[in-house]
Design a protein around this ligand. Structure first.
Ligand SMILES: O=P(O)(O)OC[C@H]1O[C@](O)(COP(=O)(O)O)[C@@H](O)[C@@H]1O
Ligand SMILES: [Mg+2]
Ligand SMILES: [Mg+2]
Length: 333
């Protein structure tokens, strides 16, 4: 071990070795990001990925850095947002790594938190079998967040651990277990500029949150939208809340924006390990089976009671989701 100062208790050494490799790249990226604009323009255009997203220089730099480091290890299959298809590395490797090398790319040049999301599965015989499976099969998942401080949040299926990068030594110091996410919170995160494109249940849910003490929830709310999934996850792990990226009516958004294999499943695994809930609006994300590598899914996660409440809006009769909040015969939150 080079970069993590302590091994998670009871963890399998081979798995910890891969976590350490990921941590090593995250520590290097943190340094490079901190010098952004001095030596290189990390936000410069660098092409288009398979999903049609414009790639920034840092998307490509991060992908290449993780690929190079993981090639040295026990990884058979590598699935990245930035690669059209699965990359086969060590044919004998026992792990399959799914990765969003750089999450929140629209924030690279705004000095707002960005990150890396990863999930580690036991490798299967074929690339498809390694990744087109329920998130519940994950052995480990986590993210690095590059913000005012660089932190690494990891689960190996037994609670969630928090490491913070010590910039002096370049090692991640274990701070301990992350506390359980509060089941209730008054903060929600959603990109409300898409309001007119949402389904009726999502509109009704947000209408009721906006109505505050004058609506059926009987409580005022606060809203946040950072446009970095890692940063929203970090806030929710720290103080609770709910995140929604639902399906909407825009072209290409019929299943929302976020990708199952390397964004939603790893985050959902972490969130459940921290006592929260993660769904597609109705059903648990971790039980879904993706049919393609870059499949999108609607994604709702965070404080368990709040996430459960969103599902109930999908069961309301049409008249209720069409009604103004004052007319909705809803339960109080
Ligand atoms: O710009 P929008 O539509 O609000 O989307 C923001 C979402 O897109 C993302 O940036 C997508 O991730 P990438 O940057 O890895 O493509 C999420 O981090 C974030 O939650
Ligand atoms: Mg992303
Ligand atoms: Mg990305």
């Amino acid at each position: 071990m080079k970069t993590l100062d302590q091994v998670p208790q009871g963890a399998e050494p081979a798995l910890v070795a891969e976590l350490d490799r990921l941590a090593g790249v995250a520590a290097e990226l943190a340094q490079r990001i901190a010098r952004g604009g001095i030596d290189e323009n990390l936000a410069g255009a660098a092409g288009t990925n398979t999903d049609g997203d414009a790639q920034k220089a840092l998307d490509v730099i991060a992908d290449e850095a993780f690929m190079a480091a993981l090639r040295e290890g026990d990884v058979r299959h590598y699935a990245s947002e930035e690669q059209d298809t699965v990359v086969t590395m060590n044919p004998e490797g026992q792990f399959a790594v799914a990765i969003d090398p750089l999450d929140g790319s629209s924030n690279i040049d705004t000095n707002v938190s960005i990150g890396t999301i990863f999930g580690i599965y036991p490798a299967a015989d074929t690339p498809d079998a390694s990744f087109l499976r329920p998130g519940r099969d994950l052995l480990a998942s986590g993210y690095a967040i590059f913000g005012p401080q660089c932190a690494l949040i990891v689960t190996l299926g037994d609670g969630v651990l928090k490491y913070v990068l010590d910039p002096q030594s370049g090692t991640f110091r274990l701070l301990g277990q992350v506390a359980e996410i509060a089941p209730d919170s008054n903060e929600y995160a959603i990109n409300t500029s898409n309001y007119r494109h949402w389904s009726k249940p999502i509109r009704a849910y947000i209408d009721d949150r906006v109505a505050g003490t004058e609506g059926p929830s009987g409580a005022d709310s606060n809203m946040r939208w950072i446009a970095s999934l890692v940063a929203e996850t970090h806030r929710i792990l720290t103080r609770g809340g709910i995140f929604l990226y639902p399906a909407d009516g825009r072209q290409g958004y019929g299943r929302g924006r976020l990708r199952y294999v390397y964004e939603c499943a790893p985050i959902a695994f972490l969130i459940e390990q921290a006592g929260g809930r993660a769904t597609d609006g109705q059903d648990p994300i971790l039980d879904a089976v993706p049919d393609t590598l870059h499949m999108r899914t609607p994604f709702v996660f965070g404080s368990s009671n709040k996430v459960a409440r969103v599902a109930t809006y999908h069961d309301l009769p049409d008249e209720e989701t069409s009604a103004l909040f004052g007319l909705r015969g809803l339960f109080r939150a």
